[in-house]
Design a binder for this molecule. Sequence first.
Ligand code: TA6
Length: 298
Amino acid sequence: MIEHLQDRFGIPNVVTFDAGQGGLTRVRITTPLASAEVYLHGAHVTQFQPSGHEPMLWLSAKSMYQTGKAIRGGVPICFPWFGPRGGDGVSPAHGFARISEWQVEAVGQGIDGVVELILSLGSNEHMRNIWPHAFSAKYRVRIGSSLELSLSVTNEDPVAFIFEEALHTYLVVGDVRQVSVSGLEGTMYIDKTDGLKHKPQGNERMTILGETDRVYFDTRAACVLDDGAMDRRIAIAKHGSDSTVVWNPWIAKSKAMADFGDDEWMGMICIETCNVGANQITLQPGATHELGAVIGLG
Ligand code: TA6
């Protein structure tokens, strides 16, 4: 299968298909602008590094790379729900998109050197057994000086359906205790570390002083991550998204996750581009919704 993909979609010295970690099919992209890696498992972008700069996406050294399991780090795609699903005991956390095998639809490189991958996922019987709706999804990944992601979901059903979605981006930081995040000033958030209380962000930049798990809702603003330790700023712009989630598991939660190193919490922060909770999407038959993020040096 890898040889077939290479023959059909490979670009010599630019786009290479190979067996990555755990033998999962991986696409490696090398351009003068940046390098990146994407697994077909979950259409999971696991690496993005602008030329001349440090890697931007964080990956756990303890991540698993196996069917049925989400890769820990990079940009997991959460769809068609976010978080655990109402106690049914069989639905995978954050939906099935990030543990499904996506198909390659197209690969190209523009004269500007930007490489674009288009991956797709359609509903199958297994999915319909746990989420009874027909959908098709396309994921466009553009590798240039910034990482551009867009997830388009089309309702293939004769009736409307409701879904949640997130580009659950894990970013590298030098020390999460020395970062601040701007763009969320003046918004409200749900604090998942404090009984789902609704709280105001106020007018100050957001900082991480302990376990942090916040769903900022009704916000379309770009965020800027200011990383004091690495002396770097990363901008996360977005479209088609009304929610932003910020997460750091801190010490205890890191220890409780098998695929997360006990001390890895200091080197990462999630700033997630979402439509979750009250910002969930209702999609009419035949309609398409696009969620997008552009992640680049600030
Ligand atoms: O986005 C934050 C969050 O919902 C946290 O509550 C935590 O569960 C995190 O996602 C990771 O979820 P996962 O299923 O990937 O372990």
